[in-house]
Each structure stands twice: as C-alpha cells, then as structure tokens.
Write a protein that binds this ligand. Structure first.
Ligand code: ADP
Ligand code: MG
Length: 622
C-alpha cells in the first residue's frame, strides 16, 4: 500500500472540519484506520476516559517503514488519489488528516509491522516528529495516543468528566461491534473489560453489547424490497426503553441518525408503545450507493436519500408487518435452522467442520412452524401456507466449543428464546369458555374468574384492540364491509387537499370508504367502514389532511393506518359506559382468551390476579 499526498484541489473538495474534538473521535478514527487496514482483531484500551491514554492495536496490513512519516503528514492517505475517487469510496477514512490532527495535540506513537518486514516505530510529540526506529511488534499496528490536548488548554477545558468521555467511547465501540460483527473487538477501560466480541456474527455481537437477554426480547428480521435491504433486530412490543440510546441504524455500514428511517420505525411501533417508551432496535439498511448521499463530514452521522418516500415506505412496511404479525411478516422473520451444517469452531485454533443434525428428537426441538405459532405475534396466515425465505440457504448458526459462557452460544440461545416464547404464548392465552363473569367495577372493568385466577378486563382497551385488528385484517384481506350512510358527508377542501385525496381515492375505497368527487374541490363520502359506524368524519379527514402537510413523503396507506387506530379508539365502547350482558359476552368472545392483549396505544387490556396474590393482600398467606 502506498501513501499519496492529496493535491490541494482534491482536499478542498472534501468538507473541511475538525476531525477530532473529543477522545471518542480519536477512538473512532483509529479504529476506522484499523478496519481500513483489513484487521480482523482490534483491541482498544483507554485510561481516564481516553484523556490519559488511548491505545488501538490491530492485526491489519501494517504501514511500511518508509510510509510511517507520511502517515503523520496531513492530507496523506493511501485511500484516495483523485477527486473522482470521492464518489466511489469504500474505505472509512479518506481525507488523510486524522493522524496528523491527533498527533498535533498529543503524544502519539505508531508501531507497525507489515507482512514482509520487521516492526518500526515513529513517535510524534505535539506535532514534532521523531525518527523512525526499529521496534518489536507483531504483524499489524499499535497506535498509542497519550495526554490528548495537553498543548491546547482551551480544548482540554471542554472535555467532559472521565466517566462521560468513557461512556461516549463505549457508545462508539458498541457501534463498531454491531456494524462489524465479523471483526473481533476487545474494549478495555481503566483495566476493566467492557466489550468482547469474537467476530462470529450479528446475534453474538448483540449479546456482547447488550447482554445475554437481548435476543430473547428481539426479533431478527431480514427483508429486501426495491433494491433496498433491511435487516437486524427489532425489540419486541413489550421490550422498550426510556430513551433513544438503544436505537442504532447503520446505512451501508455506517452508523447514522436519520429522520426518515427513525420516523418510519417509530411510527410502526406507535400503536404498541406509549409516550416516552422508545423501541429498541439495531437495524441495517443497505441501499444502492447512487440513492444515498453520505455526508462526508467526519462528525456528522447523517445521510440523505434521493427518495425519502421509498425509504420510509420500505422501512415502515417491513417493521409494521413484523410488529403487527400480519402474513407478510413471515417473509421478514429470520427463522431458526431446521437442519444445518454447523461449523464447530475451537476458539483460537483451526476451524473444523462437523455435521450436526440440528433437528432434535420429537418434542425437544421446535420446527419453524411451531416456532411461528409460538411467536407472540399471532400471525394471521393459513397454517398450510409455507413461509417464504429470502435466502435459499438455511441460516447458518455457529456453535463454539468449548462453550466458555452460555451467552456466547447463540444457537442454544435462540432455542431457549423460542421455547420461552412458546411458553409465554401458552400462558397468555386462556380458554375463553372457562371464564366466568362476575360483574363489573366502575362501569369500566369487567371481572372474570377462571381456575385460581381473577381477570379484570378494561372494556375500552379490549374493544379498541379488537376493532383495530378487525379493521386491519379486513383491509389486508380486502374484504372490507362498507356501511352506507343515511346522509352522505360532504367535505369542502382546498385545491391541494383535494388533489391529495383524489389521488388516493383507491386506497380509501379499499379500506371501506365510498368516496367520490363532488363539485369543484369537494368530495362526498356515502359509506364508511362498517366497524367505524358513527365515526367523526370531519375529525378523521381533518387529521388525515393535517398529516398530509407534515408527512408529505409518506404513503396515505401508512397515515391511514395510524388514523384508523385513533378512529377505533373513538368508536370503541368507553370506560364508564354500561354494557348489556350480551355486549359483555360478545366482547369477551371476540377476545378469544387473549389475555396478553394490549390496546393499540400499548396499554394492557387485561390484568390478571392470582388467588394467592389476593390471599396475600388479606394476609391469609405470606
Ligand atoms: P485516512 O484514514 O483518511 O487515510 P489517516 O490520517 O487516518 O488518514 O491515516 C493516514 C494513513 O496512514 C492511511 O491512509 C493509512 O495508509 C495509514 N494508516 C493509518 N492507520 C493505519 C493502520 N492501523 N494500519 C495500516 N495503515 C494505517
Ligand atoms: Mg483514517
């Protein structure tokens, strides 16, 4: 690999900017260099939030003795030679200024060894270069940065506490583990091992970052649409967080924060989570390079898409299909393998392959069909329909031997997860015939008894969920029942609103509205979805049209789904409304024993109290 000095013209084409301002940005630059050098093992050690010391060791290509000095000079890079190369960037770094900038404000040392030569070292103190000297070292590069900003007191003042700087480095490292699951990372802060991954795939990386439980709370997805690939992990509906820090998005391998994708995911979760509950996700979006504009500024983690609407539509439809558990979800769920050739690897030694029949004896393992039933999603598909997979090959899972920690055995982890899901689904569905009605409380909560459990059902939440599901199901199967109105409803619109609605007449008709042009810019609604009889049309269309303004890029179908949830809420029986015996019976019949039910806003519809819990309240038992 040769290092070239960029012509000033080339350099100026790249957005200028500060490369390093905090210890985490140093870590980011150095690890990116290691990745660009083809390293498969990267270790990062820091002290005092990186202020005292940052050391990045890799087993990559190394730097030639003669290039060591060039690595330190600004605008020197081995990754880009002409301005045209800017449009076909495959490496992470390319402007050749990171090392120069860091070396100017720290004590820096690079020890490096290429495959064909011995190790050499070169240091730089506050921008003053030393001389190349022979050193000892394994193949690859060790870069050490000490006393960052020692000669720039103004910068030093702006650094945060050691703990905060360390936390930010931790986030950067977590993103590396997740986005480069094929690389083994070690991250040590003040002598304590924080992260350790083994380069054996995304599920294992997720466990390394978030702990062993995370897989049990997530669904792995993989989808391909319109040349866009979306894959990764979605937190299940009841696995939410108190803030957004558990949301990671990687576009073409880079960590980014992107509004379009963020909004699509958040809106897909909207009917399952309440305010201030944030979904957990680690998602990868791979798009053709020509439809994405990567901001080349090193510290701005955003991208722009040529067509936000397409991206929004893809992400929203995939995520909501999975969360709602409709039939399309099957295309997106990553299934456990039925029979797979599992490479068994003995760590730190050669890889041996061994045939392991992944299929367990009857009763023990679980087929995908069983697993599918076990998933808490209530997949609404005919049983005989076979799941379709995007990849022909079964998913390969790796089992490592010896198993050092249970958390690392992803295969067993997945099996356990599916079994737990099955158990939970069984627990959460009870035989509706066994429910005995015992009355109601406050005209809102229906009381039922079954076995040694009491159930309180929130009549509003339950009804809302039922309406919502029914609407969606009939919409998706295109079997909507329309109910003509006695007096048609006429909506006067401005030209823009009219054009928007008219363009979407077909979508509205699909979901049960009879709607047509009525004079210049008015529309007439003469029938509505039967389930929404009595809905407030003025409010509904007002809501839809106001969303049109703010979410111009989004397909109407997506907006409508959210609005239907609201309409279902309004049409559902209210708390405080006295139900007749027949109504109560009908409601519970429709719930079909689903006591894990939540309303479309994520509130539980059923609360269960065990007899023993009640006895505890009365101190009959302790
Ligand atoms: P850039 O990454 O933008 O090229 P840097 O200042 O980060 O600029 O690095 C300058 C050059 O030093 C790189 O182009 C690369 O040739 C070399 N280099 C830096 N770090 C490493 C490493 N860990 N392994 C091999 N080469 C490296
Ligand atoms: Mg670099």
């Amino acid at each position: 690999m040769k290092i070239n000095v960029l012509a000033p013209g080339v350099y100026n084409k790249i957005a200028a900017g500060e490369v390093v301002d905090r210890p985490y940005s140093v870590v980011k630059e150095l690890v990116e260099n290691a990745i660009d050098a083809g390293a498969t093992e990267i270790s990062v050690e820091i002290e005092k939030g990186g202020k005292k010391r940052i050391c990045v060791t890799d087993n990559g290509s190394g730097i030639d003795r003669d290039d060591l000095a060039l690595a330190y000079s600004s605008h020197a890079t081995s990754k880009l030679m002409t301005a045209d190369d800017l449009f076909s960037i495959h490496t992470l770094g390319f402007r050749g200024e990171a090392i120069a900038s860091i070396a100017a404000v720290s004590h820096m040392e690079i020890v490096s060894r290429t495959a064909s030569a011995d190790a050499y070292a070169l240091s730089c103190d506050g921008g003053i270069l030393g001389v190349v000297r022979p050193a000892a070292g394994a193949g690859g590069t060790v870069v050490t940065v000490e006393d960052l900003f020692f000669n720039v007191p103004a910068r030093l003042k702006f650094l945060k506490s050691d703990a905060q700087e360390e936390a930010d480095i931790g986030s950067v490292m977590a993103r590396f583990l997740l986005s480069r699951p094929e690389i083994s990372f070690t991250y040590i802060a003040d002598g304590k091992k924080k992260y350790r991954s083994f380069g054996d795939g995304l599920p294992a990386a997720l466990v390394a970052v978030y702990g062993a439980d995370v897989l049990a709370n997530c669904t792995q997805i993989r989808a391909e649409k319109h040349g866009v690939r979306l894959y990764g992990f979605l937190g299940n509906r009841n696995f939410y967080k108190a803030n957004r820090t558990y949301q990671s998005l990687f576009v073409n391998g880079r960590y980014v924060v992107n509004q379009t994708v963020g909004a699509a995911v958040t809106n897909a979760y909207a009917s399952y989570l309440m305010k201030r509950q944030y979904p957990f996700y680690v998602l990868f979006l791979d798009v053709p390079p020509e439809i994405v504009d990567v901001n080349v500024h090193p510290n701005k983690a955003d991208v722009r898409f040529a067509d936000n609407q397409v991206i929004y539509g893809c992400v929203y439809s995939v995520v909501s299909a999975v969360l709602d558990g409709n039939s399309r979800a099957l295309e997106y769920l990553v299934a456990p393998p039925e029979e797979t050739k599992i490479p068994v690897r003995v760590r730190e030694t050669a890889e041996i392959h061994q045939e392991i029949p992944a299929k367990k004896p009857a009763g023990e393992g679980m087929s995908y069909a069983e697993a599918r039933e076990a998933l808490a999603f209530d997949l609404t598909i005919p049983k005989e329909q076979e799941p379709r997979f995007l990849e022909e090959k079964p998913v390969r899972m790796e089992v490592r031997q010896p198993v050092a920690a249970p958390a690392e055995d992803v295969f067993a982890e997945n099996q356990r997860y599916l079994k737990e899901q099955a158990a939970r689904a069984r627990q959460e569905r009870i035989d509706p015939a066994a429910l005995v009605y015992k009355g109601e409380l406050f005209r809102t909560y229906l009381i039922y008894e079954s076995g040694d459990c009491a159930y309180l059902i929130d009549q509003h939440a339950a009804h809302e969920r039922i309406l919502f599901d029914r609407l969606k199901a009939s919409w998706e199967t295109r079997s909507v029942v329309s109910q003509p109105m006695l007096v048609p409803f006429v909506l006067s619109l401005n030209g823009q609103e009219f054009a928007f609605l008219e363009k979407n007449f077909s979508v509205l008709r699909e979901i049960g509205f009879e709607i047509e042009e009525f004079g210049d810019t008015s529309v007439r609604v003469s029938a509505i979805p039967a389930d929404l009889m009595g809905m407030d049309l003025q409010a509904f269309f007002g809501d839809v049209l106001s969303s049109m303004e703010s979410l111009r890029a989004i397909r109407l179908a997506d907006i409508l789904k959210d609005k239907l949830a609201t309409a279902a809420c309004k049409a559902a029986v209210k708390g405080g409304e006295q139900l007749t015996q027949d109504e109560v019976r009908a409601l519970v019949e429709q719930m079909d024993g689903d006591i894990g039910m939540k309303c479309p806003h994520g509130r539980p519809a059923v609360v269960r109290m065990k007899k023993s819990e009640i006895e505890k309240l009365f101190k009959r038992i302790v």
